[in-house]
Design a protein around this ligand. Sequence first.
Ligand SMILES: Nc1ncnc2c1ncn2[C@@H]1O[C@H](COP(=O)(O)OP(=O)(O)O)[C@@H](O)[C@H]1O
Ligand SMILES: [Mg+2]
Length: 257
Amino acid sequence: MLLEVRAVTKRFSGLIAVSNVSFTVERGEVVGIIGPNGSGKTTLLNVIARLAPASAGAVLWKGENIGGLRPDQVATRGLVKTFQNPQVFAELSVLDNVFIATHLALKRQLGVRRVAELYGGGRAAEAALRDEVEEVLTLCDLTAATHQLAGNLSYGEEKMLGIAMGLMCRPELLLLDEPGSGLGREELTNLATVLVKVHAAGTTLCIVDHKIGFLRGIAGRVIALDHGEKIAEGPPDQVLDDPKVVEAYLGTTRARA
Ligand SMILES: Nc1ncnc2c1ncn2[C@@H]1O[C@H](COP(=O)(O)OP(=O)(O)O)[C@@H](O)[C@H]1O
Ligand SMILES: [Mg+2]
């Protein structure tokens, strides 16, 4: 088992954003997390990635309680979260953005001195890095945009760059917060293709989405949240037909959309 979320609760003063949520993720899975706006999806991912401390409960990564670790230490262990709106350097090229992500990932993994050695001395090391960057750009369908400034990308491409940067941390489990939000139909199809390729290349995925439509084709299992609580878990179609899930979405956006 890669990840175990054990009875996690997250409070913001009086408000309970995540309430006693438990689930596990096995290596090789694609797990979806759905729920209406404000149901606690982002907060749950933040607690898992240690971007926010849990108020109660525990997060175990490969059996180790990671409650005391910093987000970068968690990322170094292979647990990486991408942001809903990626933080890219607009004035730099796509290539340089991915290189910077590599640099940060290496710095975390190997220590600053080792990075200096790699960048200063070894041509072979630099060539290997370059290969890896190219591989990730190809995987994310960004080859044509390699030399464009990140600030000139479409929203869909920018989100894809955020995923590419996350992949440079060599995640074993990649947590994606609404990767499909704000995308058009064609961009969504493209995103699904990329995520299927990333998964096939060996990365376990945990994908948050507001609506289930996007996840239905790619997630093997879906967890539904409402008001911070887990209200359903199972195969996508089963969760979709769950009366509690239908009710949670009534009056807001329909889950099937
Ligand atoms: N930093 C914060 N401080 C106070 N309340 C927050 C904070 N972050 C989220 N919340 C609240 O927690 C609840 C869950 O939010 P969130 O996790 O962003 O939901 P989702 O991602 O499902 O839309 C919401 O009621 C939201 O207003
Ligand atoms: Mg959110």
